[in-house]
Design a protein around this ligand. Structure first.
Ligand code: ADP
Ligand code: MG
Length: 700
């Protein structure tokens, strides 16, 4: 049981039946009543008994059955919080925040008091917090400080089926905690039925299934592959709204851009419809949800629409299992999602659009059958579903860069990463490649141990190159400046460019540009904002996102705290901004590019073309120099460099000697190069011990 029932031809959706269910829900029950209505409530006592009797329990239940919001509360009611915190991990930040908010409301306490959450750079917990929601990344970092997680009496590893990289590493670490601490409980929850794998990883742990309460979902496929699924989704939603019985709509697209485009198109068509028809058209409440959406707007998707208004939620795969919106009767599935995948050509992880797996598609469809029989419109053909989709998603650990994981595990004294207890070990090439990248950054020495720099880098919740860049600020005497730049790079872009005021906003941005560097531009913006007493009207006038800047300030103060605990003095380089560019260069020399044509560069190592983005300071200034380094490449219509800075060629030879040489007779430089080359040979031999090296390493 618990499986979605896909009845193609059930005679469901009888108008009356549906209206009944909808209004039943709309007559807002009290929160306590809502809690008792959840499927998990009916098995509460048995489940608590199973948990009492077993140290590790795998809990399987349909999405929306109450695992995330109820389990922690039950554990609290049963007394598990008397001598420790009940922690619950989420792969997504949005879910951690939103669920903590919901639970604090159900428990009638202020968020951050009994119930709190922690995500990277944001800790909303207090001394009273006994139920703590957090991202799996946050808990993973906590294991660095407290190997046995002594603060916690129970950890609920939620959404384990998502198989995020941090969850996968936590599996291995928590298995050891379970063995060492008899008083510790581990609960692993999954929305899918392949829980056997989790169970056997923990030595045949007890599996508990929450009986499902789902309704049949009728699946409709497109007859032909659709060329533009955003447009197809908008059309389908309008058709449902005009011709079908009440019930809310949920559309799955891949990201912010598509979601905004769909929202815009839908509201336009609703306006047209209203002006073209004499009869009153019932309202459509259009609600986007994606991870970068401000929290107050995110909360809106859960609110009940007024009578006679239909809700249309347009979401990324965040609504697949992490968040449950009640009252959905229609799902429109584009069949695609963005996934982070290591792109060997770019030499880094890139978010790219991929077809979803069959398991994910079925999860999406299931969203329509929670409150009554529903319909799912798949915007792809049945043939594509059967033949082109993978049965289940590839775990993140097998497809992304492992730099952070390697650093973390090394600092946990896992000597040989190939020995770590992974549920599904990452490909060896992946580990070796990540080790190699850490080595060129100077975080690992020639035999693969953490260097002093590496040990310091572990302290920062940043990707290795960013951490290195920050710490180079210490060496080069410009930490003050780097601190700001790293913080600005850790928040979403602060630039704001409304379609109808594009020129005006471009002009305002140009005032703040530093011609030779986007990094220095970010610094300039932050410094100017600081000089304006962090004022919001200044941001508005310059088309900058105040919330983004505030977030950067928050990140900055947290990084500053870490630097203080490490007793690293903060120095400023004053007007000598070249040192800042040097620090950027020292951490991003793998991303060095050479000028090829007008505003066109190519990566020095891989030859991948990369273009200046129109929003770049270098683009606007027209300044052309032979070499730049960039923060990352984003793939849209072309490969665009995101955040680029002009560098001197001899910096590349100095700071990234394993890649670059100068046709120069400078002996000291040559001597240094020779040493580096020798070191590289040693490292290569060392890695050879594991296996043949990745192709990348052999290329100079
Ligand atoms: P599961 O984890 O099993 O998928 P949840 O505990 O997340 O289930 O959800 C249980 C119920 O709580 C759902 O009906 C969902 O709609 C509701 N819920 C969860 N979060 C919120 C929220 N932020 N606002 C309103 N309702 C919510
Ligand atoms: Mg959940």
């Amino acid at each position: 049981h618990g499986e979605i029932d896909f009845k193609e031809d059930a005679q469901f959706a009888r108008h009356l039946e549906k209206e009944e269910v909808v209004s039943d829900f709309a007559k807002s029950k009290t929160l306590a009543q809502q809690r008792q209505y959840l499927p998990i409530f009916s098995v509460r006592d048995v489940l608590m008994q199973v948990i009492r009797e077993n140290q590790v329990v795998v809990v399987v239940g349909e999405t929306g059955s109450g695992k995330t919001t109820q389990l922690t509360q039950y554990l609290h009611e049963e007394g598990y919080t008397r001598n420790g915190v009940v922690g619950c991990t989420q792969p997504r930040r949005v879910a951690a925040m939103s669920v903590a908010k919901r639970v604090s409301k159900e428990m009638e306490t202020k968020l951050g008091d009994t119930v709190g959450y922690a995500i990277r750079f944001e800790d909303v917990t207090g001394p009273n917090t006994v139920i703590k929601y957090m991202t799996d990344g946050v808990l993973l970092r906590e294991t660095l400080k407290d190997r046995d997680l002594d603060r916690y009496s129970v950890i609920v590893m939620d959404e384990a089926h998502e198989r995020s990289i941090s969850t996968d590493v936590l599996f291995g670490i928590l298995k050891k905690v379970v063995a060492r601490r008899r008083d510790f409980k581990l609960i692993v929850t999954s929305a899918t039925l392949n829980a056997e794998k989790f169970s056997s990883f923990f030595g045949s742990a007890q599996v508990f299934t929450i009986p499902g309460r789902t309704f049949p979902v009728q699946i409709t496929y497109s007859k032909t592959p659709s060329e533009d699924y955003v447009e197809a989704a908008v059309k389908q939603a309008m058709k449902i709204h005009i011709t079908s019985a009440p019930g809310d709509i949920l559309i799955f697209l891949t990201g912010q851009d598509e979601i905004e485009a769909a929202c815009y198109a839908l509201s336009e068509r609703m306006e047209q419809l209203a002006s073209n028809t004499k009869q009153a058209v019932s309202q459509l409440l259009i609600l986007p949800i994606y991870s970068q959406l401000p929290a107050d707007l995110q909360a809106k998707i859960f609110q009940k629409a007024e009578d006679g208004v239909r809700k249309c939620v347009i979401a990324t795969n965040i609504a697949e299992t992490s968040l449950t919106v009640d009252g959905i009767f229609y799902v429109i599935d584009s069949g695609y999602a963005k996934m982070k995948v290591y792109n060997s050509r770019m030499g880094m992880d890139a978010l790219q659009v991929f077809p979803v797996s069959r398991a994910a598609a079925n999860q999406r469809a299931g969203r329509a059958g929670r409150t009554g029989p529903g319909t799912c419109y798949r915007l792809y053909t049945e043939c594509a579903f059967e033949n082109e989709l993978l049965p289940s998603p590839v775990p993140e650990i097998q497809r992304t860069n492992l730099g952070n994981v390697v650093l973390l595990l090394k600092s946990l004294k896992v000597e040989n990463l190939l020995d770590f207890d992974f549920m599904d070990p990452p490909p060896q090439e992946n580990i070796l490649n990540s080790m190699y990248q850490l080595w060129i950054l100077g975080a690992l020495d020639n035999v693969g141990n953490l260097t002093d720099l590496g040990w310091k880098m572990v302290e920062f919740p940043l990707d290795p190159p960013l951490a290195k860049m920050l710490l180079m600020g210490e060496l080069l005497g410009c930490l003050e400046e780097l601190l700001t730049i790293v913080s600005m790079l850790s928040v979403p872009s602060v630039f704001f460019r409304p379609k109808d005021r594009a020129e005006e906003s471009d002009a305002a941005r140009e005032e703040l540009l530093v011609p030779e560097s986007d990094h220095l531009t970010l610094l300039n913006i932050y410094q100017t904002w600081t000089a304006r007493q962090f004022r919001g009207d200044w941001c508005n006038n310059h088309f900058l996102n105040l919330k983004g800047l505030l977030k950067a300030r928050e990140v900055r103060s947290q990084l500053l705290d870490i630097l203080k605990t490490l007793k690293i003095p903060i120095m400023s380089c004053g007007c000598n901004k070249d040192t800042v560019r040097k620090a950027v260069c020292s951490a991003y020399f793998q991303n060095a590019a050479r000028l090829k044509g007008i505003r066109e560069y190519e990566n020095c190592r891989s030859g991948m073309p990369c273009h200046l983005h129109p929003s770049s300071a270098l683009y606007a200034s027209g300044l052309t120099r032979e070499y730049v380094v960039y923060h990352e490449v984003i793939l849209t219509t072309k490969e665009y460099m995101q955040c680029a800075t002009i560098v001197e060629p001899h910096w590349l030879a100095d700071l990234g000697p394993m890649f670059f040489s100068m046709k120069d007779t400078d002996t000291s430089l040559l001597a240094r190069k020779k040493i580096c080359k020798e070191e590289k040979t040693v490292m290569e031999e060392e890695m050879e011990n594991f296996r043949k090296l990745p192709e990348e390493v052999e290329r100079k």
